[in-house]
Write a protein that binds this ligand. Structure first.
Ligand code: NAD
Ligand code: GLY
Length: 550
Protein backbone atom coordinates (compact mmCIF):
# COMPACT_ATOMS: atom_id res chain seq x y z
CA UNK A 1 0.00 0.00 0.00
CA UNK A 2 1.42 3.34 -0.98
CA UNK A 3 0.06 6.80 -0.50
CA UNK A 4 1.82 7.81 -3.67
CA UNK A 5 0.31 10.17 -6.15
CA UNK A 6 1.91 10.23 -9.56
CA UNK A 7 -0.15 13.18 -10.71
CA UNK A 8 1.06 15.11 -7.70
CA UNK A 9 4.68 14.21 -8.51
CA UNK A 10 4.14 15.41 -12.07
CA UNK A 11 2.64 18.64 -10.76
CA UNK A 12 5.59 19.10 -8.44
CA UNK A 13 7.95 19.36 -11.39
CA UNK A 14 5.57 22.01 -12.76
CA UNK A 15 6.19 20.77 -16.29
CA UNK A 16 3.52 20.74 -18.97
CA UNK A 17 4.21 18.76 -22.12
CA UNK A 18 2.23 19.42 -25.28
CA UNK A 19 1.97 16.57 -27.75
CA UNK A 20 0.08 16.31 -31.00
CA UNK A 21 0.35 16.43 -34.76
CA UNK A 22 2.22 19.03 -36.73
CA UNK A 23 -0.10 21.99 -37.13
CA UNK A 24 -2.03 21.33 -33.90
CA UNK A 25 -0.86 24.65 -32.48
CA UNK A 26 1.58 23.38 -29.85
CA UNK A 27 4.04 26.25 -30.29
CA UNK A 28 1.46 29.04 -30.34
CA UNK A 29 -0.54 27.62 -27.42
CA UNK A 30 2.61 26.64 -25.53
CA UNK A 31 4.06 30.17 -25.63
CA UNK A 32 0.85 31.73 -24.35
CA UNK A 33 0.35 29.06 -21.74
CA UNK A 34 3.90 29.51 -20.43
CA UNK A 35 3.38 33.27 -20.21
CA UNK A 36 0.09 32.87 -18.39
CA UNK A 37 1.46 30.35 -15.90
CA UNK A 38 4.89 31.96 -15.39
CA UNK A 39 6.76 29.03 -16.92
CA UNK A 40 9.55 28.81 -19.47
CA UNK A 41 8.53 27.81 -22.98
CA UNK A 42 10.75 25.42 -24.93
CA UNK A 43 10.12 23.94 -28.36
CA UNK A 44 12.01 20.67 -28.83
CA UNK A 45 12.38 21.19 -32.62
CA UNK A 46 13.88 24.65 -32.05
CA UNK A 47 16.25 23.20 -29.46
CA UNK A 48 17.44 20.59 -31.99
CA UNK A 49 18.08 23.34 -34.54
CA UNK A 50 19.92 25.37 -31.92
CA UNK A 51 22.15 22.44 -31.01
CA UNK A 52 22.94 21.40 -34.59
CA UNK A 53 22.98 24.84 -36.14
CA UNK A 54 20.92 23.58 -39.10
CA UNK A 55 17.26 23.30 -40.05
CA UNK A 56 15.25 20.15 -39.27
CA UNK A 57 14.71 19.57 -42.99
CA UNK A 58 18.49 19.52 -43.45
CA UNK A 59 18.89 16.87 -40.74
CA UNK A 60 16.25 14.76 -42.52
CA UNK A 61 18.10 15.19 -45.84
CA UNK A 62 21.48 14.20 -44.44
CA UNK A 63 20.67 11.70 -41.67
CA UNK A 64 17.18 10.50 -42.61
CA UNK A 65 14.24 10.29 -40.23
CA UNK A 66 15.98 7.82 -37.88
CA UNK A 67 18.97 10.15 -37.48
CA UNK A 68 16.59 12.97 -36.61
CA UNK A 69 14.66 10.80 -34.13
CA UNK A 70 17.89 9.98 -32.27
CA UNK A 71 18.74 13.65 -31.92
CA UNK A 72 15.15 14.37 -30.86
CA UNK A 73 15.32 11.67 -28.17
CA UNK A 74 18.52 13.08 -26.73
CA UNK A 75 17.01 16.58 -26.58
CA UNK A 76 13.78 15.39 -24.97
CA UNK A 77 15.60 13.35 -22.35
CA UNK A 78 17.64 16.47 -21.45
CA UNK A 79 14.81 19.02 -21.47
CA UNK A 80 12.34 17.02 -19.44
CA UNK A 81 14.78 17.02 -16.52
CA UNK A 82 14.22 20.77 -16.18
CA UNK A 83 11.53 22.15 -13.88
CA UNK A 84 8.64 24.52 -14.56
CA UNK A 85 8.67 24.40 -18.33
CA UNK A 86 6.05 24.17 -21.04
CA UNK A 87 7.55 21.82 -23.60
CA UNK A 88 6.14 21.68 -27.12
CA UNK A 89 7.27 18.43 -28.69
CA UNK A 90 7.63 17.52 -32.35
CA UNK A 91 4.81 15.49 -33.87
CA UNK A 92 6.84 12.25 -33.85
CA UNK A 93 8.43 12.70 -30.43
CA UNK A 94 6.08 10.18 -28.81
CA UNK A 95 6.95 7.39 -31.24
CA UNK A 96 9.85 6.13 -29.12
CA UNK A 97 8.69 4.36 -25.94
CA UNK A 98 11.58 5.81 -23.94
CA UNK A 99 10.43 9.33 -24.84
CA UNK A 100 6.86 8.54 -23.83
CA UNK A 101 8.03 7.18 -20.49
CA UNK A 102 10.23 10.22 -19.77
CA UNK A 103 7.48 12.69 -20.71
CA UNK A 104 4.86 10.89 -18.66
CA UNK A 105 7.06 10.65 -15.61
CA UNK A 106 8.14 14.25 -15.58
CA UNK A 107 5.25 16.32 -16.80
CA UNK A 108 1.53 16.63 -17.23
CA UNK A 109 1.05 15.56 -20.81
CA UNK A 110 -1.61 17.38 -22.84
CA UNK A 111 -2.64 16.15 -26.27
CA UNK A 112 -3.75 19.02 -28.51
CA UNK A 113 -6.06 17.17 -30.83
CA UNK A 114 -7.22 18.51 -34.20
CA UNK A 115 -9.07 16.94 -37.10
CA UNK A 116 -7.08 16.03 -40.19
CA UNK A 117 -9.08 18.67 -42.07
CA UNK A 118 -7.94 21.44 -39.67
CA UNK A 119 -4.37 20.14 -39.65
CA UNK A 120 -4.31 20.23 -43.43
CA UNK A 121 -5.62 23.81 -43.50
CA UNK A 122 -2.83 24.87 -41.18
CA UNK A 123 0.07 22.99 -42.81
CA UNK A 124 -0.72 22.94 -46.55
CA UNK A 125 1.35 26.06 -47.34
CA UNK A 126 4.20 25.23 -44.99
CA UNK A 127 7.06 23.67 -46.93
CA UNK A 128 9.37 23.30 -43.93
CA UNK A 129 7.73 20.02 -42.81
CA UNK A 130 9.93 17.24 -44.18
CA UNK A 131 7.37 14.45 -43.74
CA UNK A 132 4.85 16.28 -45.93
CA UNK A 133 7.19 16.72 -48.88
CA UNK A 134 5.52 13.93 -50.85
CA UNK A 135 3.35 13.69 -53.94
CA UNK A 136 0.17 13.54 -51.84
CA UNK A 137 0.77 15.41 -48.57
CA UNK A 138 -2.95 15.32 -47.57
CA UNK A 139 -2.93 11.51 -47.69
CA UNK A 140 0.36 11.44 -45.79
CA UNK A 141 -1.14 13.66 -43.08
CA UNK A 142 -4.11 11.30 -42.81
CA UNK A 143 -1.78 8.30 -42.55
CA UNK A 144 0.35 9.96 -39.86
CA UNK A 145 -2.76 10.96 -37.91
CA UNK A 146 -4.11 7.41 -37.93
CA UNK A 147 -0.78 6.08 -36.77
CA UNK A 148 -0.15 8.67 -34.06
CA UNK A 149 -3.56 9.64 -32.67
CA UNK A 150 -3.86 6.52 -30.45
CA UNK A 151 -0.29 7.03 -29.20
CA UNK A 152 -0.93 10.66 -28.24
CA UNK A 153 -4.16 9.66 -26.49
CA UNK A 154 -2.39 6.91 -24.57
CA UNK A 155 0.46 9.08 -23.35
CA UNK A 156 -1.74 12.06 -22.42
CA UNK A 157 -3.12 13.01 -19.02
CA UNK A 158 -5.53 15.38 -20.79
CA UNK A 159 -6.89 15.58 -24.30
CA UNK A 160 -7.88 19.04 -25.50
CA UNK A 161 -9.72 19.35 -28.80
CA UNK A 162 -8.44 22.45 -30.54
CA UNK A 163 -11.23 22.64 -33.11
CA UNK A 164 -11.84 26.08 -34.56
CA UNK A 165 -11.70 27.91 -31.28
CA UNK A 166 -9.35 30.82 -30.80
CA UNK A 167 -6.05 30.27 -29.07
CA UNK A 168 -7.32 32.26 -26.08
CA UNK A 169 -10.23 29.88 -25.53
CA UNK A 170 -7.85 26.98 -25.89
CA UNK A 171 -5.57 28.49 -23.26
CA UNK A 172 -8.41 29.07 -20.85
CA UNK A 173 -9.46 25.42 -21.31
CA UNK A 174 -5.92 24.30 -20.67
CA UNK A 175 -5.45 26.47 -17.61
CA UNK A 176 -8.79 25.27 -16.27
CA UNK A 177 -7.32 21.79 -16.28
CA UNK A 178 -3.89 22.51 -14.99
CA UNK A 179 -3.51 25.94 -13.48
CA UNK A 180 -3.09 25.88 -9.68
CA UNK A 181 -5.53 28.80 -9.32
CA UNK A 182 -8.33 27.12 -11.22
CA UNK A 183 -11.80 26.45 -9.74
CA UNK A 184 -10.85 22.92 -8.77
CA UNK A 185 -8.06 24.06 -6.45
CA UNK A 186 -9.69 22.43 -3.45
CA UNK A 187 -9.91 19.21 -5.44
CA UNK A 188 -6.17 19.13 -5.84
CA UNK A 189 -5.56 20.08 -2.25
CA UNK A 190 -7.82 17.41 -0.84
CA UNK A 191 -7.22 14.56 -3.22
CA UNK A 192 -5.47 11.50 -1.89
CA UNK A 193 -4.50 8.62 -4.12
CA UNK A 194 -4.01 5.03 -3.05
CA UNK A 195 -2.85 2.10 -5.10
CA UNK A 196 -4.33 -1.37 -5.23
CA UNK A 197 -1.25 -3.45 -6.03
CA UNK A 198 -2.27 -6.32 -8.31
CA UNK A 199 0.61 -6.49 -10.81
CA UNK A 200 -0.80 -5.81 -14.30
CA UNK A 201 -4.28 -5.29 -12.83
CA UNK A 202 -3.10 -2.59 -10.39
CA UNK A 203 -5.11 0.60 -10.23
CA UNK A 204 -5.52 3.82 -8.32
CA UNK A 205 -8.24 4.97 -5.96
CA UNK A 206 -8.63 8.76 -5.92
CA UNK A 207 -10.45 10.14 -2.88
CA UNK A 208 -11.26 13.82 -2.41
CA UNK A 209 -13.71 16.68 -2.73
CA UNK A 210 -15.37 17.57 -6.04
CA UNK A 211 -13.49 14.99 -8.04
CA UNK A 212 -16.38 14.73 -10.51
CA UNK A 213 -15.26 18.12 -11.83
CA UNK A 214 -11.69 16.95 -12.25
CA UNK A 215 -11.60 16.17 -15.95
CA UNK A 216 -8.12 14.76 -16.09
CA UNK A 217 -8.78 11.92 -13.66
CA UNK A 218 -11.42 10.43 -15.91
CA UNK A 219 -10.45 11.43 -19.40
CA UNK A 220 -7.15 9.61 -19.41
CA UNK A 221 -9.13 6.37 -19.05
CA UNK A 222 -11.37 7.18 -22.01
CA UNK A 223 -9.08 7.38 -25.01
CA UNK A 224 -11.58 6.29 -27.64
CA UNK A 225 -14.28 8.99 -27.66
CA UNK A 226 -17.07 6.67 -26.53
CA UNK A 227 -18.27 5.69 -23.11
CA UNK A 228 -21.29 3.99 -21.53
CA UNK A 229 -22.45 5.21 -18.12
CA UNK A 230 -24.65 3.04 -15.93
CA UNK A 231 -26.55 4.79 -13.14
CA UNK A 232 -29.98 4.72 -11.56
CA UNK A 233 -33.05 6.94 -11.34
CA UNK A 234 -31.88 8.50 -8.06
CA UNK A 235 -28.21 9.17 -8.78
CA UNK A 236 -28.47 10.13 -12.45
CA UNK A 237 -30.50 13.34 -11.84
CA UNK A 238 -27.96 14.37 -9.18
CA UNK A 239 -24.60 13.67 -10.81
CA UNK A 240 -24.86 12.41 -14.38
CA UNK A 241 -24.88 15.89 -15.89
CA UNK A 242 -21.47 16.65 -14.39
CA UNK A 243 -20.03 13.75 -16.36
CA UNK A 244 -21.98 14.40 -19.56
CA UNK A 245 -20.85 18.05 -19.59
CA UNK A 246 -17.27 16.94 -19.23
CA UNK A 247 -17.55 14.37 -22.01
CA UNK A 248 -19.50 16.66 -24.33
CA UNK A 249 -16.70 19.23 -24.05
CA UNK A 250 -14.34 16.57 -25.30
CA UNK A 251 -16.59 15.36 -28.11
CA UNK A 252 -16.98 11.98 -26.40
CA UNK A 253 -20.15 10.06 -27.31
CA UNK A 254 -22.09 8.96 -24.23
CA UNK A 255 -24.52 6.06 -23.89
CA UNK A 256 -26.59 6.51 -20.73
CA UNK A 257 -28.09 3.40 -19.17
CA UNK A 258 -30.41 4.34 -16.32
CA UNK A 259 -31.76 1.49 -14.19
CA UNK A 260 -34.48 1.49 -11.54
CA UNK A 261 -33.15 2.10 -8.04
CA UNK A 262 -32.90 -0.68 -5.49
CA UNK A 263 -31.25 -3.87 -4.31
CA UNK A 264 -34.21 -5.81 -5.75
CA UNK A 265 -33.03 -4.75 -9.22
CA UNK A 266 -29.55 -6.19 -8.76
CA UNK A 267 -30.57 -9.13 -10.92
CA UNK A 268 -30.38 -10.79 -14.31
CA UNK A 269 -33.09 -8.51 -15.78
CA UNK A 270 -31.05 -5.38 -15.10
CA UNK A 271 -27.98 -7.07 -16.48
CA UNK A 272 -29.86 -7.88 -19.68
CA UNK A 273 -30.92 -4.22 -19.92
CA UNK A 274 -27.27 -3.19 -19.81
CA UNK A 275 -26.27 -5.76 -22.47
CA UNK A 276 -29.23 -4.67 -24.66
CA UNK A 277 -28.12 -1.02 -24.52
CA UNK A 278 -24.48 -1.86 -25.21
CA UNK A 279 -25.32 -4.13 -28.13
CA UNK A 280 -27.91 -1.87 -29.71
CA UNK A 281 -25.44 1.03 -29.55
CA UNK A 282 -22.70 -1.22 -30.94
CA UNK A 283 -20.38 -0.55 -28.04
CA UNK A 284 -17.01 -2.10 -28.73
CA UNK A 285 -14.27 -3.78 -26.70
CA UNK A 286 -12.60 -0.44 -26.05
CA UNK A 287 -15.77 1.33 -24.85
CA UNK A 288 -15.38 1.82 -21.09
CA UNK A 289 -18.33 1.18 -18.79
CA UNK A 290 -18.65 3.66 -15.94
CA UNK A 291 -20.59 2.77 -12.79
CA UNK A 292 -22.04 5.95 -11.28
CA UNK A 293 -23.86 5.07 -8.07
CA UNK A 294 -23.78 2.93 -4.98
CA UNK A 295 -22.80 -0.69 -4.51
CA UNK A 296 -25.77 -2.03 -6.46
CA UNK A 297 -24.86 -0.11 -9.60
CA UNK A 298 -21.14 -0.83 -9.05
CA UNK A 299 -21.61 -4.60 -8.68
CA UNK A 300 -24.02 -4.83 -11.63
CA UNK A 301 -21.96 -2.67 -13.96
CA UNK A 302 -18.75 -4.46 -13.03
CA UNK A 303 -20.29 -7.80 -13.90
CA UNK A 304 -21.61 -6.42 -17.18
CA UNK A 305 -18.11 -5.08 -17.93
CA UNK A 306 -16.55 -8.44 -17.06
CA UNK A 307 -18.84 -10.34 -19.40
CA UNK A 308 -19.78 -8.02 -22.28
CA UNK A 309 -17.60 -9.05 -25.24
CA UNK A 310 -15.63 -11.09 -22.65
CA UNK A 311 -14.48 -7.96 -20.88
CA UNK A 312 -14.43 -4.21 -21.47
CA UNK A 313 -12.73 -1.43 -19.44
CA UNK A 314 -14.53 -0.61 -16.20
CA UNK A 315 -14.47 2.58 -14.11
CA UNK A 316 -15.98 2.94 -10.65
CA UNK A 317 -17.45 6.27 -9.51
CA UNK A 318 -18.98 5.30 -6.16
CA UNK A 319 -21.48 7.73 -4.67
CA UNK A 320 -22.46 6.07 -1.37
CA UNK A 321 -20.22 5.77 1.66
CA UNK A 322 -20.55 2.00 1.49
CA UNK A 323 -19.43 1.93 -2.12
CA UNK A 324 -16.56 4.36 -1.47
CA UNK A 325 -15.16 2.36 1.45
CA UNK A 326 -15.84 -1.13 0.21
CA UNK A 327 -17.71 -2.28 -2.87
CA UNK A 328 -15.94 -0.14 -5.49
CA UNK A 329 -12.54 -1.53 -4.48
CA UNK A 330 -11.39 -5.09 -4.99
CA UNK A 331 -13.19 -6.27 -8.10
CA UNK A 332 -16.04 -8.31 -6.66
CA UNK A 333 -18.86 -7.88 -9.15
CA UNK A 334 -22.15 -9.67 -9.56
CA UNK A 335 -25.89 -9.96 -9.11
CA UNK A 336 -28.27 -11.60 -6.66
CA UNK A 337 -30.16 -14.82 -7.36
CA UNK A 338 -33.57 -15.49 -5.82
CA UNK A 339 -31.87 -18.25 -3.83
CA UNK A 340 -28.91 -16.26 -2.57
CA UNK A 341 -27.19 -12.89 -2.40
CA UNK A 342 -24.34 -12.09 -4.83
CA UNK A 343 -24.40 -15.68 -6.03
CA UNK A 344 -23.61 -14.97 -9.68
CA UNK A 345 -20.55 -12.89 -10.42
CA UNK A 346 -16.91 -12.50 -11.33
CA UNK A 347 -13.72 -10.98 -9.99
CA UNK A 348 -13.11 -8.07 -12.33
CA UNK A 349 -10.99 -5.11 -11.29
CA UNK A 350 -11.78 -1.54 -12.32
CA UNK A 351 -9.19 0.61 -14.10
CA UNK A 352 -9.66 3.39 -11.60
CA UNK A 353 -11.89 4.30 -8.66
CA UNK A 354 -12.89 7.95 -8.27
CA UNK A 355 -14.53 8.59 -4.89
CA UNK A 356 -15.89 12.13 -4.74
CA UNK A 357 -16.58 12.75 -1.05
CA UNK A 358 -18.81 15.71 -1.96
CA UNK A 359 -21.41 13.33 -3.44
CA UNK A 360 -22.11 12.06 0.08
CA UNK A 361 -23.83 15.36 0.89
CA UNK A 362 -27.02 14.14 -0.84
CA UNK A 363 -27.03 10.69 0.75
CA UNK A 364 -29.80 9.96 3.25
CA UNK A 365 -28.83 9.53 6.92
CA UNK A 366 -29.96 5.91 6.76
CA UNK A 367 -27.62 5.14 3.83
CA UNK A 368 -24.76 7.04 5.47
CA UNK A 369 -25.13 4.90 8.59
CA UNK A 370 -25.27 1.72 6.49
CA UNK A 371 -21.89 2.72 5.03
CA UNK A 372 -20.47 3.30 8.49
CA UNK A 373 -21.14 -0.39 9.25
CA UNK A 374 -18.50 -1.39 6.68
CA UNK A 375 -16.13 1.28 8.04
CA UNK A 376 -16.42 -0.15 11.56
CA UNK A 377 -15.72 -3.58 10.09
CA UNK A 378 -12.13 -2.63 9.17
CA UNK A 379 -11.46 -1.53 12.73
CA UNK A 380 -12.85 -4.74 14.16
CA UNK A 381 -11.08 -7.17 11.85
CA UNK A 382 -7.59 -5.68 11.52
CA UNK A 383 -7.11 -2.07 12.59
CA UNK A 384 -7.68 -1.48 16.31
CA UNK A 385 -6.22 2.04 16.11
CA UNK A 386 -8.86 2.90 13.51
CA UNK A 387 -11.57 1.48 15.76
CA UNK A 388 -10.33 3.77 18.55
CA UNK A 389 -10.41 6.70 16.13
CA UNK A 390 -14.00 5.80 15.21
CA UNK A 391 -14.95 5.64 18.87
CA UNK A 392 -13.65 9.18 19.25
CA UNK A 393 -15.02 10.58 15.99
CA UNK A 394 -18.35 8.86 15.34
CA UNK A 395 -20.35 12.07 15.85
CA UNK A 396 -18.19 13.89 13.29
CA UNK A 397 -18.93 11.18 10.74
CA UNK A 398 -22.66 11.37 11.43
CA UNK A 399 -22.51 15.15 11.03
CA UNK A 400 -20.70 14.60 7.70
CA UNK A 401 -17.60 16.51 8.69
CA UNK A 402 -15.71 16.49 5.36
CA UNK A 403 -12.29 15.86 6.85
CA UNK A 404 -13.49 13.05 9.11
CA UNK A 405 -15.37 11.40 6.24
CA UNK A 406 -12.36 11.56 3.98
CA UNK A 407 -10.10 10.18 6.69
CA UNK A 408 -12.48 7.26 7.26
CA UNK A 409 -12.71 6.55 3.52
CA UNK A 410 -8.97 6.68 3.00
CA UNK A 411 -8.24 4.50 6.02
CA UNK A 412 -10.90 1.98 4.98
CA UNK A 413 -9.56 1.84 1.42
CA UNK A 414 -6.00 1.45 2.70
CA UNK A 415 -7.13 -1.58 4.66
CA UNK A 416 -9.16 -2.99 1.79
CA UNK A 417 -6.43 -2.41 -0.80
CA UNK A 418 -3.89 -4.20 1.38
CA UNK A 419 -6.15 -7.22 1.91
CA UNK A 420 -7.12 -7.43 -1.77
CA UNK A 421 -3.51 -6.93 -2.87
CA UNK A 422 -2.55 -10.02 -0.86
CA UNK A 423 -5.53 -12.20 -1.72
CA UNK A 424 -7.44 -11.00 -4.76
CA UNK A 425 -9.62 -14.09 -5.16
CA UNK A 426 -10.38 -14.79 -1.53
CA UNK A 427 -8.36 -17.94 -1.09
CA UNK A 428 -7.33 -16.74 2.38
CA UNK A 429 -7.51 -13.52 4.39
CA UNK A 430 -9.88 -11.65 2.06
CA UNK A 431 -12.69 -13.71 3.59
CA UNK A 432 -12.11 -11.76 6.83
CA UNK A 433 -13.71 -8.74 5.11
CA UNK A 434 -16.95 -10.69 5.47
CA UNK A 435 -17.28 -10.19 9.22
CA UNK A 436 -21.00 -10.19 9.96
CA UNK A 437 -21.83 -10.96 6.32
CA UNK A 438 -22.73 -14.66 6.69
CA UNK A 439 -25.49 -13.71 9.10
CA UNK A 440 -26.16 -10.44 7.26
CA UNK A 441 -26.71 -11.99 3.83
CA UNK A 442 -29.18 -14.45 5.41
CA UNK A 443 -31.09 -11.50 6.91
CA UNK A 444 -31.14 -9.59 3.61
CA UNK A 445 -32.37 -12.63 1.71
CA UNK A 446 -35.00 -13.68 4.25
CA UNK A 447 -36.48 -10.21 4.63
CA UNK A 448 -36.58 -9.60 0.86
CA UNK A 449 -33.79 -7.74 -0.95
CA UNK A 450 -33.87 -4.03 -0.11
CA UNK A 451 -35.92 -4.30 3.10
CA UNK A 452 -32.87 -4.39 5.35
CA UNK A 453 -30.03 -2.32 3.90
CA UNK A 454 -26.82 -4.29 3.38
CA UNK A 455 -24.97 -2.24 6.02
CA UNK A 456 -27.81 -2.66 8.52
CA UNK A 457 -27.79 -6.42 8.02
CA UNK A 458 -24.00 -6.45 8.40
CA UNK A 459 -24.31 -4.50 11.68
CA UNK A 460 -26.78 -6.96 13.23
CA UNK A 461 -24.77 -9.84 11.76
CA UNK A 462 -21.58 -8.53 13.34
CA UNK A 463 -23.21 -8.54 16.77
CA UNK A 464 -24.06 -12.20 16.16
CA UNK A 465 -20.44 -12.87 15.17
CA UNK A 466 -19.20 -11.11 18.32
CA UNK A 467 -21.65 -13.06 20.49
CA UNK A 468 -20.51 -16.36 18.95
CA UNK A 469 -16.86 -15.38 19.47
CA UNK A 470 -17.62 -14.80 23.16
CA UNK A 471 -19.36 -18.18 23.45
CA UNK A 472 -16.21 -19.76 22.00
CA UNK A 473 -14.26 -18.07 24.81
CA UNK A 474 -12.28 -15.76 22.51
CA UNK A 475 -13.58 -12.37 23.55
CA UNK A 476 -15.15 -11.12 26.77
CA UNK A 477 -18.63 -9.87 27.60
CA UNK A 478 -17.08 -6.39 27.82
CA UNK A 479 -15.69 -6.75 24.30
CA UNK A 480 -19.15 -7.64 22.99
CA UNK A 481 -20.51 -4.52 24.72
CA UNK A 482 -17.81 -2.44 23.06
CA UNK A 483 -18.80 -3.82 19.64
CA UNK A 484 -22.49 -3.19 20.33
CA UNK A 485 -21.75 0.30 21.55
CA UNK A 486 -20.00 1.46 18.39
CA UNK A 487 -22.87 0.22 16.20
CA UNK A 488 -25.46 1.84 18.49
CA UNK A 489 -23.57 5.12 18.31
CA UNK A 490 -23.64 4.84 14.52
CA UNK A 491 -27.43 4.46 14.70
CA UNK A 492 -27.33 0.91 13.34
CA UNK A 493 -29.47 -2.08 14.37
CA UNK A 494 -27.88 -4.56 16.75
CA UNK A 495 -30.76 -7.04 16.96
CA UNK A 496 -31.41 -9.33 14.01
CA UNK A 497 -34.87 -10.45 12.91
CA UNK A 498 -36.13 -13.70 14.43
CA UNK A 499 -36.05 -16.16 11.55
CA UNK A 500 -35.51 -19.30 13.57
CA UNK A 501 -32.46 -21.56 13.72
CA UNK A 502 -33.42 -23.71 10.72
CA UNK A 503 -34.07 -20.77 8.40
CA UNK A 504 -30.80 -19.06 9.35
CA UNK A 505 -28.85 -22.28 8.83
CA UNK A 506 -30.57 -22.98 5.52
CA UNK A 507 -29.78 -19.47 4.21
CA UNK A 508 -26.25 -19.42 5.61
CA UNK A 509 -25.67 -22.75 3.85
CA UNK A 510 -25.77 -20.75 0.60
CA UNK A 511 -22.84 -18.57 1.70
CA UNK A 512 -19.90 -18.51 -0.71
CA UNK A 513 -17.52 -19.44 2.12
CA UNK A 514 -19.24 -22.80 2.65
CA UNK A 515 -16.67 -25.59 2.12
CA UNK A 516 -17.45 -29.32 2.08
CA UNK A 517 -21.00 -28.43 3.09
CA UNK A 518 -19.83 -26.70 6.29
CA UNK A 519 -20.65 -23.08 7.11
CA UNK A 520 -17.48 -21.09 7.84
CA UNK A 521 -17.82 -18.01 10.05
CA UNK A 522 -15.67 -14.92 10.34
CA UNK A 523 -15.31 -14.35 14.07
CA UNK A 524 -13.28 -12.18 16.42
CA UNK A 525 -10.23 -13.76 18.05
CA UNK A 526 -9.81 -10.40 19.77
CA UNK A 527 -11.33 -7.00 19.07
CA UNK A 528 -9.12 -5.87 16.15
CA UNK A 529 -8.29 -9.35 14.85
CA UNK A 530 -10.68 -11.58 12.90
CA UNK A 531 -10.26 -15.27 12.07
CA UNK A 532 -12.13 -17.91 10.09
CA UNK A 533 -13.85 -20.57 12.20
CA UNK A 534 -14.67 -23.89 10.54
CA UNK A 535 -16.14 -26.10 13.20
CA UNK A 536 -18.49 -24.03 15.31
CA UNK A 537 -20.47 -26.27 17.71
CA UNK A 538 -24.14 -26.31 16.70
CA UNK A 539 -25.39 -25.63 20.24
CA UNK A 540 -23.34 -22.41 20.48
CA UNK A 541 -24.61 -21.26 17.09
CA UNK A 542 -28.16 -22.02 18.19
CA UNK A 543 -27.66 -19.96 21.38
CA UNK A 544 -26.30 -17.02 19.38
CA UNK A 545 -29.12 -17.09 16.82
CA UNK A 546 -31.67 -17.22 19.61
CA UNK A 547 -30.19 -14.56 21.88
CA UNK A 548 -29.28 -11.99 19.19
CA UNK A 549 -32.62 -11.97 17.34
CA UNK A 550 -36.05 -10.68 18.27
P1 NAD B 1 -27.19 1.18 -3.14
O1 NAD B 1 -26.34 1.07 -4.31
O2 NAD B 1 -28.55 0.58 -3.20
O3 NAD B 1 -27.31 2.72 -2.74
C1 NAD B 1 -28.09 3.07 -1.65
C2 NAD B 1 -29.14 4.13 -2.02
O4 NAD B 1 -28.52 5.39 -2.10
C3 NAD B 1 -29.82 3.90 -3.35
O5 NAD B 1 -31.16 4.28 -3.26
C4 NAD B 1 -29.07 4.85 -4.26
O6 NAD B 1 -29.81 5.22 -5.39
C5 NAD B 1 -28.83 6.01 -3.35
N1 NAD B 1 -27.69 6.85 -3.68
C6 NAD B 1 -26.48 6.48 -4.15
N2 NAD B 1 -25.65 7.53 -4.15
C7 NAD B 1 -26.34 8.58 -3.69
C8 NAD B 1 -26.02 9.95 -3.47
N3 NAD B 1 -24.79 10.41 -3.64
N4 NAD B 1 -26.99 10.78 -3.01
C9 NAD B 1 -28.25 10.30 -2.78
N5 NAD B 1 -28.60 9.01 -2.95
C10 NAD B 1 -27.65 8.17 -3.40
O7 NAD B 1 -26.50 0.53 -1.85
P2 NAD B 1 -25.02 0.58 -1.26
O8 NAD B 1 -25.17 0.57 0.20
O9 NAD B 1 -24.20 1.62 -1.90
O10 NAD B 1 -24.43 -0.83 -1.73
C11 NAD B 1 -24.98 -2.04 -1.29
C12 NAD B 1 -24.65 -3.09 -2.31
O11 NAD B 1 -23.25 -3.24 -2.39
C13 NAD B 1 -25.21 -4.45 -1.96
O12 NAD B 1 -25.77 -5.03 -3.11
C14 NAD B 1 -24.00 -5.23 -1.52
O13 NAD B 1 -24.12 -6.61 -1.77
C15 NAD B 1 -22.93 -4.62 -2.35
N6 NAD B 1 -21.58 -4.75 -1.81
C16 NAD B 1 -20.62 -5.17 -2.64
C17 NAD B 1 -19.32 -5.28 -2.19
C18 NAD B 1 -18.23 -5.69 -3.13
O14 NAD B 1 -17.12 -5.95 -2.68
N7 NAD B 1 -18.48 -5.71 -4.41
C19 NAD B 1 -19.01 -4.94 -0.86
C20 NAD B 1 -20.03 -4.50 -0.04
C21 NAD B 1 -21.33 -4.40 -0.52
N1 GLY C 1 -16.74 -6.85 0.68
C1 GLY C 1 -15.93 -8.00 0.84
C2 GLY C 1 -14.86 -8.13 -0.18
O1 GLY C 1 -14.68 -7.31 -1.03
O2 GLY C 1 -14.16 -9.10 -0.17
Amino acid sequence: MTLSNTSQAKRNSGNIVLVGMMGAGKTTAGKLLAKQLGKTFIDSDEEIQKRTGVKISHIFDVEGEEGFRQRESAVIQDLIKLDNIVLATGGGAVLKPENRAALQQNGLVVYLKSSVHDLWQRTRHDHSRPLLQTANPRAKLQELFEQRDPIYAEVADYVVHTGKQSVQILISKLTQYICPQDPITDTKETMQTLEVGLAERSYQIHIGQKLLSHAGLLLKHIPHKRVAIVSNTTVAPLYLEKLTTLFNQQGIIIHEIILPDGEQYKNADSLTKIYDALLSNRCERNTPLIALGGGVIGDLTGYAAATYLRGVPFIQIPTTLLAQVDSSVGGKTGINHPLGKNMIGAFYQPQVVIADVATLSTLSDKELKAGIAEVIKYGLIRDIAFLEWLEQNMEKLLQRDAEALQYAIVRSCENKAEVVGNDERESGDRALLNLGHTFGHAIENAMGYGVWLHGEAVAAGTIMAADLSRRLGWISEQDVERVKNIFVRAGLPIVAPKLGFDKYVQLMGLDKKVADGKIRFVLLKTVGQAVIADNVPTDLLRQTLESCSA
